[in-house]
Write a protein that binds this ligand. Structure first.
Ligand code: E4P
Length: 218
């Protein structure tokens, strides 16, 4: 399973990249706003900076919701860097735009997916990634990870190539559950990735190894 970091914060992206296990980055307009990135040129520059830090795919989201404007915006984003994947919302014009980009060989990430029917449309249109939002479903008492597993099963059964990107991951256990669900990718906050490092027996064991070494090496 690939690991993406879900942030527009350059410091966190660098920290994850330096860990050596990062496969890409996802952003969205809310994450860009959180970092205070505003204005078309600043936003584009920020995407370029992210692409220079990481080796893998960087999802950059369109703001337009009308077909022609989505195409124009998506083409500009795709031209920024060959690592850019154009993130398109799951709406009617978005499906048409995904189809257009697939024909042109521009990779897309269909975002804001909350049902298997939406995931089917994204795959049929030729999305490169589909992003079911796990945490936001959990927030309203639906099991978000069940949706991930259902989409994986549908795509495997019918042979769709679209990769399932478990998004809206909120904590470390979501990452483990994404593995169990067969997700191709999990996009996670840095805290959730770093949480995978933790185990009390590791800490106890290491403390003992160092104490035993020191007891005979004074
Ligand atoms: C990533 O592609 C999504 O935009 C992101 O994971 C949404 O996460 P949130 O539900 O925590 O805002």
């Amino acid at each position: 399973m690939k690991f993406f970091i879900d942030t527009a914060n350059l410091k966190q992206i660098k920290e994850a990249q330096e860990l050596g296990v990062l496969d890409g980055v996802t952003t969205n307009p809310s994450l860009m706003a959180k970092e205070g990135i505003k204005g078309t040129e600043n936003i584009k520059n920020h995407y370029k900076q992210i692409c220079e830090i990481v080796d893998g795919d960087v999802s950059a989201e369109v703001i337009s919701t009308e077909y022609k404007r989505m195409i124009a915006e998506g083409e500009e984003l795709a031209e920024l860097h060959n690592q850019i994947v154009v993130k398109i919302p799951m709406i009617k014009d978005g499906i048409k735009a995904i189809k257009y980009f697939a024909k042109k060989g521009i990779r897309t990430n269909c975002t804001l997916v909350f049902s298997p029917g939406q995931a089917l449309l994204a795959a049929k249109a030729g999305a490169y990634y589909v992003s079911p939002f796990v945490g936001r479903l959990d927030d309203i008492s639906y099991n978000g990870m069940d949706l991930v597993a259902q989409i994986v099963n549908i795509y495997n059964t019918y042979g769709y190539n679209t990769q399932v990107l478990a998004a809206s991951i909120r904590h470390t256990m979501h990452i483990i559950d994404a593995l169990d669900s067969g997700a191709d990718v999990a996009t996670c906050p840095l805290s959730a990735i770093l949480g995978l490092l933790n185990h009390p027996l590791t800490d106890i064991g290491l403390e003992k190894f160092i104490a035993d070494y020191n007891s005979v090496n004074k």
